[in-house]
Design a protein around this ligand. Structure first.
Ligand code: GUN
Ligand code: FE
Length: 429
């Protein structure tokens, strides 16, 4: 298959955050990896392109996982009995320490990479560990998949315990610079992203130097913000002059700019002040509903963030989230927003299916550019889904089938996946 072609099937994509456009047996046109649009009947100008007819299958935009920890993949779904800080010290840090061993890293990252290749995501923003060699191994593996990712070598120079802590701010900065040097010219699909784990893991000096590195080199940053109440109280002690956790990142100049946006995972407990800081900097919130349930962190008021015009995408946050299935993440996002409305604040309406589909596709995709829709000019990222195992007693609309897929993800089989018009995965029957 070359990079210009037509796909035919049951097409669904976000027109905007409140509307999903669908075509039964419609067409989407890819020219040189770019989407020319979706059509109910094929425009004459494209009739000479090769056509691949997927029949009754669904074709939806590729999804973006805006926050996932690759080294946590192999222990997902266990040890879910603690809240954040205990979960990190009991399960997570001891596991991440193992990535000093390259043999271990190579094996474990193969499992992660293979799952990412097979799931609904065509793009992802990924945490590695603090280890340079293991993070390069992860990037090498991801680059070969054709998926487009940002990957970070983690910075942590305090509170990691004996086995998961860099010696000093200076050592962490030097290791980061060396990692960036080794990334240069090495990848087609993989970009480095600065990754100070969160403020409790990074001294003031380290945070400051990451802010400078970001600014001087136009490098983006990802981190965690206001996930858990004990974490927030700890940050207030660590940075007493800050007016909020978000302000602490601002003090260190790590909140980014609209042209070089920072991703902040969680924001479960972000108030008006944090919202205005996120908005001012053009930062992205990676909403991780599954993780926030599992670690009893709380429910992020995503409706409020959307109304405020803050950039938002969805993250699986494996291993605090138990799976890399973005469709499952969509469902938990919907359920969480319904419980927020019912139990927390009846002025904050639940998210609609349209909104959550938008967040999973174009919302998070916009971090990468024009990604996550079949509107003209978008990169051609697409997932072909076979939902024929979801037996029904009547014909369903494409919109109903996409919603049903979200609520019954186990019966939605991914057939093919395309990134920028290149097929990156095909299911062997
Ligand atoms: N905050 C700092 N590190 C982590 C992590 O690995 N997972 C989650 N969920 N929150 C964090
Ligand atoms: Fe996380």
């Amino acid at each position: 298959m070359n990079n210009s072609f037509i796909l035919r099937g049951g097409i669904a994509f976000s027109e905007d955050k409140n509307r999903i456009t669908t075509y039964y047996r419609g067409y989407i046109v890819c020219v040189d990896g770019i989407c020319m649009g979706a059509f109910p009947s094929l425009p004459d100008e494209y009739k000479d392109l090769p056509l691949y007819d997927y029949g009754e299958r669904l074709i939806i935009p590729g999804m973006t996982d805006l926050h996932v920890h690759a080294p946590q993949y192999t222990f997902r779904g266990i040890g879910m009995d603690e809240e954040l800080l205990e979960w990190l010290s009991t399960y997570t840090f001891p596991e991440e320490a193992k990535y000093a061993d390259m043999e271990y890293a190579r094996r474990a990252y193969k499992y992660f990479t293979e799952d990412l290749r097979r799931c609904f995501s065509t793009r992802a923003v990924v945490f590695g560990t603090l280890h340079t060699d293991a993070t390069l191994e992860l990037m090498d593996q991801l680059d070969k998949t054709g998926l487009i990712t940002y990957v970070g070598k983690v910075n942590m120079d305090r509170n990691g315990g004996e086995n998961l802590q860099e010696e000093s701010a200076e050592a962490s900065l030097e290791a980061t610079k060396e990692w960036l040097e080794r990334c240069k010219g090495r990848y087609v699909n993989t970009y480095p992203i600065l990754t100070p784990r969160f403020i409790p893991s990074c001294s003031d000096e380290l945070m400051m130097s990451i802010g400078v590195l970001s600014r001087e080199n136009g490098l983006r940053i990802q981190s965690h913000l206001s996930e858990n109440l004990s974490e927030i109280a700890w940050v207030k002690e660590l940075v007493p002059e800050s007016t909020s956790y978000a302000n602490a990142y601002e003090i260190f100049d790590t909140m980014g700019t609209p042209d070089c946006p920072t991703i902040m995972a969680h924001c479960v407990h972000s108030d008006e002040e944090e919202m205005s800081i996120l908005k001012k900097h053009g930062a992205y919130i990676a909403h991780c509903a599954d993780s926030n349930m599992n670690l009893t962190s709380g429910i992020a008021p995503i409706r409020k963030f959307m109304d405020a015009g803050i950039n938002i995408g969805l993250g699986t946050d494996v291993a605090a989230g138990s799976s890399m299935n973005m469709v499952k993440t969509m469902l938990i996002t919907l359920q969480a927003s319904k419980m927020y409305y019912r139990l927390v604040d009846q002025n904050v309406k639940p998210l609609t299916f349209e909104e959550v589909f938008y967040l999973a596709t174009e919302g998070g995709g916009s971090y990468f550019g024009k990604i996550g829709s079949f509107k003209p000019g978008f990169d051609f990222d697409a997932v072909v889904v076979d939902d024929s195992k979801m037996y029904s007693m009547r014909d369903m609309s494409i919109r109903e089938r996409v919603e049903r897929m979200c609520y019954n993800d186990a019966d939605a089989i991914i057939k093919d996946k395309f990134v920028k018009g290149r097929k990156v995965y095909t299911r062997i029957e």
